[in-house]
Each structure stands twice: as structure tokens, then as C-alpha cells.
Write a protein that binds this ligand. Structure first.
Ligand code: NAD
Ligand code: ZN
Length: 248
């Protein structure tokens, strides 16, 4: 049964000249990084979704930074898994393959993914929260753990925030345009390890569908993407991608 579905997905991928892949937290689950939704989305009994907001930061920047510092430590110690590796190789060896990720962990980059669009920024970047002129642009800070929480802006001494897109914030317009074009213009669109409830990322699925793409979902659970998908593989991302790769 599953083998049949994987074979159909492999056939679609073989025929495609452009493949756009949308990834979510589930792709990094096999690397030991918890997703937001589900039982793993808890930290000190606080829901992740309530910490990843400007309101939470405004109210308690130290608490929000403790959570990010903990995640940064976990991600630094993690390794890309077979899912990241297969996707990365496809971007290098199969021209027309591009990855759009909602993940902020940088594991696609560490797996040497050539074509990658980060919708929600990077946990390894920070910028000035106060908005001083010199701290407005993101800069990279790999220090783990951070020496003081919350960290301070080297330019104005104000607070520094993570360079990620929080719930309720807008995506960078040019990034979203690039992602939308890649979804609308592809032959095969894959939604892997995403619950497809975070907008506008989830809107890429109908864009792909309207553009005529074959939509493939890889997720062990049913999601918002399932109904709009032509082919659904109910498996972990690392296992499903390894099998698909063998069949190509
Ligand atoms: P989500 O937490 O809403 O959903 C995760 C999905 O992954 C679920 O549908 C779950 O069934 C699936 N899943 C779990 N294990 C899997 C596996 N081994 N293989 C495949 N699928 C698996 O995540 P989301 O849809 O990415 O949206 C949440 C937001 O949280 C995003 O905006 C993202 O920026 C952020 N986030 C990022 C990370 C990260 O960078 N690693 C981790 C957690 C959350
Ligand atoms: Zn500043």
C-alpha cells in the first residue's frame, strides 16, 4: 500500500522538470528538534506558540530568550538527518529543485542545500529590537549559550531580538514573492513535515495546485495539506525521502 504510494510519487518526480519543496518542523524531528504542535511543543509547561510572539517578548524578554537559548543549544548539538541530506542532494544534482523552509534551525543549510528560501528567518541571526539605525539589519551570532540574557545591542545597548518571524508578523515581501512564484510554477510540489496551519506559508499549497502541480505530502499525521494533496505518504520524512531517493 505505502510502497504503491511511494512509487507513484517517484514517478511524478521523475517526470517533473521543476520541483518545489515546502518543509516544516517535522523534517527536523528525526534530528531530535521538537516541533511546535503536539506534545513536544512544550517547554517548562509553556506552549511554544505563545513564546514566539512580539507580545511575549515585550512582556518577558528574558523568558523568551531563555527558550531561544535552549533551542539554539539543542540545534547546535543536532545533525542533519537523511531527509535533509536527500533534499540537499536533489537541489545540487536535479536542476529545477528548490527548497522553501519554515524552519529556522539552519539544518538544510548545514546539509549543503543549494537552493533554499527561508520563510521565517534564522535562529542564528539577531537584530536590534529598539530599532537603532546600525542594528536594524540582522547579523549572525552563533554563541551558545549567550553570555547574558536577554542579549544587548552592541550599537545602542538596547534589547536584541531573534532574527525569526514571530506569529502575527509579516514575511519579507521579496521572500514571499519568490516562494509564491516557485510554488505556482512547479510541476511537483511537496509539503513535508508541516501542519500547514501557519499562513502565508500554507497558502503555497493552493498556489501550487492552481498552477497545475502534482502535490505530494509526506507526514505521519493527517494535516491541512492532506485534502489538497494528490499523493499522501504517511511516513516520517527521513524514511520516506530515503525510499523515494532510492527509486529515482
Ligand atoms: P508544526 O509544529 O506546526 O507541525 C509539525 C508537523 O510535522 C506536524 O504535522 C507533524 O505531524 C509532522 N511531523 C512530526 N514528526 C515528523 C517526521 N518525523 N516526519 C515528517 N513529519 C513529521 O510545524 P510547522 O508546520 O513547521 O509550523 C510551525 C512553525 O514553527 C514554523 O513557522 C517554524 O518556523 C517553527 N518551528 C521551527 C522549527 C525548526 O526550525 N526546526 C521547529 C519548531 C517550529
Ligand atoms: Zn540597537
Amino acid at each position: 500500500m505505502t510502497g504503491d504510494v511511494v512509487r507513484r510519487a517517484a514517478d511524478a518526480l521523475r517526470r517533473a522538470s521543476t520541483v518545489t519543496v515546502l518543509t516544516g518542523a517535522g523534517v527536523s524531528a528525526a534530528s531530535g528538534i521538537p516541533t511546535f504542535r503536539g506534545k513536544d511543543g512544550l517547554w517548562r509547561k509553556v506552549r511554544a506558540e505563545t513564546l514566539a510572539t512580539a507580545e511575549a517578548f515585550e512582556h518577558d524578554p528574558k523568558l523568551v530568550w531563555e527558550w531561544y537559548d535552549w533551542r539554539r543549544g539543542m540545534i547546535r548539538d543536532a545533525q542533519p538527518n537523511a531527509g535533509h541530506t536527500v533534499l540537499a542532494r536533489w537541489t545540487r544534482e536535479r536542476s529545477g529543485t528548490t527548497v522553501i523552509t519554515q524552519n529556522v534551525d539552519g539544518l538544510h543549510e548545514r546539509a549543503n542545500t543549494h537552493s533554499i528560501t527561508r520563510l521565517h528567518g534564522s535562529i542564528w541571526h539577531v537584530r536590534c529590537w529598539t530599532g537603532c539605525a546600525r542594528g536594524r539589519e540582522d547579523w549572525r551570532d552563533d554563541t551558545v549559550p549567550l553570555p547574558t540574557l536577554p542579549p544587548r545591542c552592541p550599537h545602542c545597548g538596547g534589547l536584541v531580538r531573534p532574527g525569526v518571524v514571530w506569529f502575527g508578523e509579516s514575511l519579507d515581501t521579496s521572500v514571499l514573492q519568490r516562494a509564491t512564484a516557485a510554488a505556482a510554477g512547479c510541476d511537483v510540489f511537496m509539503a513535508i513535515g508541516t501542519s500547514a496551519v501557519v499562513y502565508p506559508a500554507a497558502e503555497l499549497l493552493p498556489h501550487a495546485r492552481h498552477g497545475g502541480a502534482t502535490v505530494i505530502e509526506i507526514n505521519p499525521e493527517a494535516t491541512n495539506a492532506s485534502g489538497i494533496s494528490d499523493i499522501v505518504i504517511r511516513q516520517r520524512a527521513d524514511e520516506a525521502l530515503a525510499r523515494l531517493d532510492e527509486m529515482l
